[in-house]
Design a protein around this ligand. Sequence first.
Ligand code: F6P
Length: 445
Amino acid sequence: MTVSFNYTNALPFLKETELEYLSEFVEVAHNRLHHKTGPGSDFLGWVDWPLHYDKSELTRIKHAAQNIRKHSDALIVIGIGGSYLGARAAIEALSHTFHNQLGQQTAVYFAGQNISPTYITHLLELLEGKDISINVISKSGTTTEPAIAFRIFRDYMETKYGKEEAKKRIFATTDRSKGALKSLADQEGYETFVIPDDIGGRYSVLTAVGLLPIAVAGLDIDQMMEGATAASYKYNNIDLSTNECYQYAAVRHALYQKGKDIELLVNYEPSLHFVSEWWKQLFGESEGKDQKGLYPASVNFSTDLHSMGQYVQEGRRNLIETVILVKKPRVDLVLESHTQDLDGLNYLAGQTMDEVNKKAFQGTVMAHLDGGVPNLLLELEELNEYNFGELVYFFQKACAVSGYLLGVNPFDQPGVEEYKKNMFALLGKPGFESEISELEKALVR
Ligand SMILES: O=P(O)(O)OC[C@H]1O[C@](O)(CO)[C@@H](O)[C@@H]1O
């Protein structure tokens, strides 16, 4: 088993029959996904993507990545949300913890995921004297944050390299035919990669969106796609009693119905921090609508046991924990014995750090169960590209099923537009004139 799910530690809070009663609804969700009959069915391209993805595009991605790795000290990935989080999650989870500082491979930095002038100025300062390439990613091609960052970086590249050379160092990942980024890229002659129409941003990490930056970081994207392909078979089974992906969806739904409305994704490896960030967008944007949905949150243990541990143990009892546990660490260290036991740690001598980490995990699960927090467990044999591909597919499919169980459209995000409308009106963007006077009155109050 490369990725496996276990909900034994949710059973004190849930009867098996409660899950059995959900199995019919899970079957409906499964059929909606596989027969494209549910809400949002125009966005189901990810379901069979690992089986039918465009192989020639993958070859182009690998070729572009190779060139970037040859001529660039750093790649700047410009994007936000689903056009950012998946690549960062994979690169941080699977690379050396200090990948960018080691200087052995092309570093990967991110921009356009905020509107901070300090962040972008500091990034430009860091890039001084380095050869760089840009991958600008936006499905809509019109998102403000990456558009601003790209305008700044385009000017920077053209000043640094001249228009012709800059052209060879800028790669755009966007819609096949529409949007401002697509027209700009075509006009300027940048190489472009496609985000398929039927794959939404938060489901796009296994397309060029994630794969180009991931390949530039030196990771094996063929293995990642193989893991996802295996997962698409493994989680293709309609039967809740054997499909662990559907079990995850059903268990969290059953617990939600009992008032557990916050799910904490937990890890014991700091490199998984951005997997949680990616997961939060996936579930938050998919389920948080119509005044419903589990609030997806995350903690990094054991670090956060020393900050959030108190709340989890004794705060409001509306929490679920889902732990991602990596069975085999990438490296391990044996703790040595000291002749003088000044720090009192000789009782650990001979044990490895990972054994201590696993004891922290076991102790925490028991404590939190005693404290009334159901615990779900997702075990990864080890952290590698193949398992990452499987994990992505597991979460994507579970999220879609979970959204259907909840009775929402898991593939739209109408609520995100609200802040944009206000911001555009306040900035005086043409077309938003009618909103401005109301907003200005509200700002004065
Ligand atoms: O790739 P785009 O179109 O720039 O969008 C980035 C992100 O912004 C959102 O559309 C929300 O505004 C997300 O759904 C998406 O992942």
